[in-house]
Design a protein around this ligand. Sequence first.
Ligand code: HEC
Length: 163
Amino acid sequence: MVPLILLVAMAAGSVAGVSGQTATTEPSQPAAPPAPAADLAAVLTPKTGDAPAVRQFKESGRNPYYQDPKAIADGFRLARASACTHCHGESLGGLIGPSLTNGNWRHVRNGTDKGMFETLYFGTSAGMAAWGKSGSLTEDEILKVIAFVRSKYRGDPKSITWE
Ligand code: HEC
C-alpha cells in the first residue's frame, strides 16, 4: 500500500511540475497528421550533405548509432532538452505520453528504426510534435534520440524488432 501511495504522489508531483512549465516544455507547433508517403520517401532519400550516420541509415534502414554509448549519451541530452523525458518520463517508462520501454507500441511502426524516425520527423495526430519537420531536431539528432530510446528497452530481448 505504502509504495503505491508513494508512486501516485510522485507521479502527481511530476505532472504538476510539467504543467507549471508548459510555456517552455510544450512544443509550440501542433501535432502533425501522419506523413504522406511521398513526403516520407523524400525525407528518406539520401541527400548531399547528409551526416555519415544519416546516409548509412537512409541506405540500410538501420540506425548506425544503435548501442553506441556516446550517441546514446548525446541522445539523452537531446531528449531532455526537447522535453521527451517530461512527457514520457525520465527513463521513458511513460507519464503523459506512453511508455517507450516495453515494446507495446501504439503505432506498430515504432518497432523499426525507420518507423520511429517517421514518428519523430513528422509527429502523430494524437500528441506527438513533428520534431524533424519543424526543424527542432536534425536527422542526425533524431537518430541519436532513437539510440537513447532503444537503450531504455526493458522488455523481452526476444521481442526486439529493430536489430
Ligand atoms: C507534450 C508531450 C510529449 C513530448 C514533449 C514528447 N512526446 Fe512522444 N508522445 C506523446 C504522446 C501523447 C504520444 C502518443 C501519440 C499517439 O498516440 O499518436 C507520444 C508518442 C511517442 C512515440 C510513439 C509511441 C508508440 O507507442 O507508438 C514515440 C516513439 C515518442 N513519442 C517519442 C518521443 C521523443 C523521442 C520525444 C522527444 C523528441 C517525445 N516523444 C516528446 C507525448 C509527448
